[in-house]
Ligand binder design. Structure first.
Ligand code: HEM
Length: 368
């Protein structure tokens, strides 16, 4: 279609003139263009666009969870946005392959021109981490300084702002703590769950001690092994023990939120808990995908620069691999599987909960 003064024109709408003239290889400016620098720039720019969309969706989810009452439709929309974020993450991981079509030798043609710039200075990446809930005390140190040290002042203050906002982790924790049906009329989830666990543990131990196919030594061995399962459950059944683990940094999620998350995981088959379960599962997916990206990126760095330090001044591949191992936000949700018990050992939810409750239900409105 021909452009006239009134109609919208493709190139103007997408601001293609600005977008397509935003690639300025340093090597070209210095008079000896390295062919692969254009690939390097475009791949980074596309990443920043995906980060922008990631933040757009993440801000939407944060807004939903800042509401006092988070109802099913909020959770449904949150799941949709998380799905989109997960797809962005899959693209981000695959995109590394494109950059790997550049050889280490070709990278050397322009790498020295990049110092001290590095992806370490990506403001949007830091904002994503902070908005998800990667607190400063969970991060590896940049030498002996903060991760914000290499940022220009205005960028550092923008990142600091995101440290101060309630993160997705904190908002989801608060939402879980408000779950109404942990204690409902004659149903006390935690008492019922604890009883079910204790019965299950006693039954398992009995199976070992009374198993005629095991020798005395084998029984002692298996019972000793079983003690670690008991210790695992003790760490969650005993609220004070859980508080100590949180204080010492071994756990993050409060005991109340852990109870609620466990209830959702255990009773996920009930339609009212299905969406909350999906939402929490997608948070685990998100963390996993971010870890997968970090691992792939560490491998990319190793392949491109071996054991050299990074242009941003970290230990390079060593730093990146360690960050992949430790920079995780929703670990406590993934670890909930430790505390799942078989459906057959689970107490039934009372009929009035199953029938009447929505996830945002307030007990005052119950008339049954
Ligand atoms: C030749 C390709 C690449 C190499 C050799 C490389 C290398 C590195 C290294 C060594 C670091 C650690 C900081 C430093 O000392 O510089 C780093 C950090 C980072 N890079 Fe890359 N990188 C490459 C491509 C990319 C791409 C395409 C992106 C996409 C935006 C990216 C994003 C990041 C981010 C976000 C960090 C900070 C990670 C963190 O602190 O956990 N890098 N990179």
């Amino acid at each position: 279609m021909k452009k006239d003064s009134k109609s919208l024109y493709y190139k103007d709408y997408l601001k293609l003139d600005e977008l397509l003239s935003s690639q300025s290889p340093r090597s070209k400016e210095l008079g000896k263009e390295a062919h692969d620098e254009t690939l390097f720039i475009i791949v980074h720019q596309v990443y920043e666009l995906w980060f922008k969309l990631f933040l757009h969706e993440l801000d939407f989810i944060l807004k939903l969870f800042r509401e006092k009452e988070v109802d099913e439709s909020n959770i449904g929309r949150g799941v949709e946005s998380l799905n989109r974020i997960l797809e962005i993450q899959q693209l981000s991981i695959r995109q590394i392959r494109l950059l790997e079509t550049m050889t280490a030798l070709n990278f050397l043609e322009f790498r020295d021109l990049l110092f001290p710039a590095s992806g370490f200075q990506s403001v949007q990446f830091r904002m994503i981490e902070n908005k998800l809930g990667l607190d400063e005390n969970m991060r590896l140190k940049y030498g002996s300084s903060s991760y914000k040290m290499p940022l220009a002042k205005p960028d550092a203050s923008e990142v600091t702002k995101t440290e101060k906002e309630p993160s997705l982790f904190k908002l989801v924790e608060a939402w879980l703590e408000r779950t109404p049906f942990l204690e409902f009329k004659n149903f006390f989830f935690w008492d019922q769950y604890s009883e079910a666990v204790n019965n299950m543990l006693a039954e398992d131990k009995r199976h070992i001690s009374e198993n005629p196919n095991l020798s005395a030594d084998e029984k002692t061995f298996h019972l000793k092994e079983y003690a670690s399962t008991e210790a695992n459950f003790e760490a969650i059944l005993n609220e004070d023990a859980h508080h100590v683990l949180v204080r010492e940094g071994h756990r993050r999620l409060s005991h109340k939120a852990t109870q609620a998350a466990l209830l959702i995981f255990l009773y996920r088959d009930h339609p009212i808990l299905h969406l909350p379960f999906k939402f929490l599962s997608k948070l685990i997916d998100l963390d996993e995908s971010l870890t997968a990206w970090r691992q792939q990126h560490a491998l990319l760095a190793q392949r491109m620069i071996g054991t050299k330090i990074g242009t941003g001044g970290t230990t390079g591949n060593v730093y990146l691999s360690k960050a992949a191992e430790t920079h995780k936000v929703f670990t406590d949700f993934a670890n909930l599987s430790t505390y799942l018990i078989p459906r057959s050992a689970l107490p039934d939810l009372p009929e009035n909960i199953v029938k009447n409750l929505g996830f945002y239900y307030s007990p005052e409105s119950d008339e049954s």
